[in-house]
Write a protein that binds this ligand. Structure first.
Ligand code: RB5
Length: 157
């Protein structure tokens, strides 16, 4: 065995006020699984816009500071729409474990958006676990390359 050990996966978490409580529960669950967690805000229940928090966590994924991100607002929609504006982010707004698994195995989603006003904690944990544990199936890579090419074309237009 070489001297260097691979570090634990680092998951960035972000929420607005509507996702704050679910975020806390999921961060605890992720830490219990041995994952490193980073909280990109929000940090209190005051009403806030989700956009800046989604952007911070998404940029952390693109820069490599985080391996993946979990983004939580009331529905998961504002977070996912914002995250998907950041080049290189593939964010899936998910409400069930099957879609969570597919989001990784077919779409290699590097961000997961959840609805804090939609999901119970138990279901949300199950969804996050499915997404974290599923392997990406390489046969889908060509489609992801096409998404990246579309992003590049959009930047030029
Ligand atoms: C906040 O009221 C709510 O709009 C937000 O959390 C999110 O659901 C937006 O998509």
């Amino acid at each position: 065995m070489s001297g260097s050990r691979s570090r634990a996966k680092r998951i960035g978490f972000a929420s607005d006020h509507a996702g704050l409580r679910l975020k806390a529960a999921l961060m605890e669950h992720a830490a219990g699984r041995g994952l490193e967690t980073v909280d990109y805000g929000a940090y209190c229940e005051d009403k806030v816009d989700y956009n800046g928090f989604a952007e911070r966590a998404s940029r952390a994924v693109v820069s490599g500071e985080a391996d993946a991100a979990v983004l939580i607002c009331g529905t998961g929609l504002g977070m996912s729409i914002t995250a998907n504006k950041i080049r290189g982010v593939r964010c899936a707004a998910v409400g069930d474990p099957y879609t969570a698994r597919m989001a990784k195995s077919h779409n290699n989603a590097n961000a997961l958006a959840l609805g804090g006003r939609v999901l119970g904690v138990g279901l949300a944990k199950m969804i996050m676990d499915e997404w974290l544990d599923a392997p990406f199936e390489e046969r889908h890579q060509a489609r992801l390359d096409q998404i990246a090419e579309l992003e590049a074309r959009e930047r030029r237009s």
